[in-house]
Design a protein around this ligand. Sequence first.
Ligand code: ZN
Length: 319
Amino acid sequence: MILKLKPAFKDYLWGGTKLKTDFGFESELDKLAEGWMLSCHKDGENTVENGAYAGKTLSEVIELEGRDILGENGKKFDFFPILIKLIDAKNDLSVQVHPDNEYALRVEGEYGKTECWYVLDCDEGAELIYGFKKKISTDEFRARIADNSFLDVVNKVKVKKGDFFFIEAGTLHAIGGGILLCEIQQNSNTTYRVYDYNRKDKDGNTRPLHVDKAVDVTLCEPPKYGTKPQGEVKTIDGGKSQKLVDCELFKVKRIDVESEVSFNVGKNSFVSVVVLDGEGEIENGSDTLGLKKGDSIFIAADSGKVVLKGKLSLIKTTV
Ligand code: ZN
């Protein structure tokens, strides 16, 4: 079963317009900060665009079909396990941190958040914040938040298209202005904001900070991981494939279809396909759907052979 999903959009104050102008999404919102491409989260659910389930939310489809469509790995989670977003940061996002599962389930009643970013495009000189330059104490972190000097100790990284960041729960981070990326994350919206550049929204309000919780969960040290995908680009039948990350929460690949690429969807996991560029189609059994930049497809676990045709760049995610 292949389902085309309609994204949910967010017009957060730091967002730009590339998701409209570059990805062609239509929305009444002026700016599109985020497109939630694979989401069962209550704050922005996907609805199905094709077939017998057209108009239903993805959560409703899972309820009607049964949790087997998530696969053995997907069923282990109490909630839908992941959330995939396209993010267009025209301006800097707040500096933030997410708790791990243990803390989040205890304090917030949802999963924590480990996330990863694949940089799709960026302005010359764009940078982001990824952990700290060197290890500091929790007391120093708290003191530097209070006197507004902690930006002096964070690890600022200049980014390039194709860079990849694995942001384990507890890692301080911020996407900088001028960066367009795809984010794959645990399905959680728990964010502890440390610093928001003293910005005010259109009503003159600042967004709340969550300093105590942030201090509880932040690892005040340099990041453990690099800034590149885990794997090299490999030639496969009909195209290219590159492992971006393979961890216990999600497995993410970039695939470039040059003519025709096929794979089998077995019992272990559902598959998400988010199209980054190009045009083509996807086939599963007697179902065929057209594909273009910005499309998001959910493939039920145990769907069997799936064929991608055309010229396409996409992100393939499983759990
Ligand atoms: Zn985050």
